[in-house]
Ligand binder design. Structure first.
Ligand code: R5P
Length: 298
């Protein structure tokens, strides 16, 4: 049996190939066939001592079922160690029952993935009330990689000016907005966000925040509907921002949301390729490859 393999479902092969190039182990495609009734037949194409499964978990419901089937198929072939490289991790935001009777999806999905895999590596998971990935994935190894350095590199390569200001849209973004701004050697402020619905967001700032004339880098971990970015952009433009460039780790939004953000005054939107998206401007493959290097020795 081979020592180490990378495997990915068919729809992940383009991103997985970038990871293969950085990591330098063979990549195989997991077989997935859809039955007419919507069920999936999943086939592990080969075995190895360790298999790293590459799968970004955006639009996750179908992917999760197929991932569970793939993990089981690899185990049946005798794979000893299964590692999930999920550059985007789903269901992280539902970390409590916000209304009585709601499922705590983070705990449920985390528990499932922890049963299937020995180690899970991800990029910038949305951990808010849950402080560590270890709480999400009990009993297994897990790594939360930061993409703050990659976003800071974008700002640096744009040649920041004295008017450059990094802005996080809400309190949840504070810790990593600080990291991006520090690495980019730029000042930063954090706005205040109130959400009253999926697409209903209000933004405010403290009285002393000076926005007029600034070249703003609005940074967020996830852009989902774009409502946060659009509301922040309208607020910043109203307060005299000169230019607004948006940087995000995970871009999930559709073309209509894109148009709404541009109409709100955003000049550009750039993201990492944790999720395949037309705004991808920087690859997380080197970050993932470095984090997984130790798998060669297992
Ligand atoms: C929330 O806490 C996150 O950091 C993002 O601000 C949020 O998920 C963005 O969602 P949307 O694009 O739908 O406003």
């Amino acid at each position: 049996m081979m020592k180490l393999l990378i495997a990915a479902p068919p729809d992940q092969m383009v991103s997985a190939r970038r990871f293969e190039t950085e990591f330098g182990a063979p990549l195989v495609e997991i077989g997935v066939r859809k039955f007419p009734d919507g069920e999936s037949l999943v086939r592990a194409p080969a075995a190895a001592g360790t298999v790293i499964v590459y799968c970004a978990l955006d639009r996750p419901n179908e992917k999760l079922v197929e991932l569970g089937l793939a993990a089981s198929a690899f185990r049946d072939l005798g794979v000893n160690r299964l590692v999930l490289a999920a550059p985007y991790l789903c269901y992280m935001r539902q970390d409590m029952a916000f209304n009585e009777g709601e499922a705590v999806a983070q705990r449920v999905i985390g528990g499932l993935l922890a049963k299937w895999f020995d180690r899970i590596v991800t990029v910038e998971p949305h951990l808010h009330r849950t402080k560590s990935l270890m709480q999400v994935f009990p009993g297994i190894e897990s790594d939360a990689l930061t993409a703050a350095g990659l976003l800071a590199d974008i700002i640096r390569s744009d040649n920041p000016c004295p008017e450059t200001l990094v802005i996080g849209p809400d309190a949840e973004s504070e810790s990593w907005t600080t990291s991006v701004a520090t690495a980019a050697r730029a000042p930063f402020i954090i706005l205040k966000k109130t959400r009253s619905g999926d697409r209903k967001v209000a933004i405010a700032a403290t009285a002393e925040d000076v926005i007029a004339g600034k070249h703003v880098y609005l940074v967020d971990d996830i852009i989902s509907t774009g409502a946060t970015v659009a509301a922040a952009a309208r607020f910043l433009k109203m307060n005299g921002a000169d230019r607004i460039d948006v940087l995000a780790v995970h871009a999930l939004f559709n073309k209509e949301d894109d148009r709404i953000m541009l109409d709100a005054g955003v000049s550009s939107i750039r993201s990492t390729d944790t999720v395949a998206h037309w705004t991808n401007a920087v690859s997380i493959a080197p970050l993932l490859a470095a984090a997984l290097d130790g798998e060669r020795a297992k």
